[in-house]
Design a protein around this ligand. Structure first.
Ligand SMILES: [Zn+2]
Length: 64
């Protein structure tokens, strides 16, 4: 995702979104240590990033 158009009509931001990791790597590692399978499942579901509008903070999309 290179450029976003903010879905918030009051904001109307166009440009680069801010990116945040979806899951906590630490939580995934702890799960892997104690329960291998839930840890792996956690990594599968929590991999990827969420994108936010840097102007108003609304979530604009997911990408794996
Ligand atoms: Zn916005």
């Amino acid at each position: 995702m290179k450029k976003i158009i903010c879905p918030n009509p009051k904001c109307d931001f166009t440009g680069k979104p801010s990116k945040k990791a979806r899951g906590s790597t630490l939580v995934g590692l702890i799960l892997c240590l104690f329960f291998l399978l839930p840890g792996i499942i956690y990594f599968i579901f929590k991999s990827g990033y969420r994108y936010y509008c840097p102007n108003c903070g609304i979530q604009v999309g997911n990408q794996n």
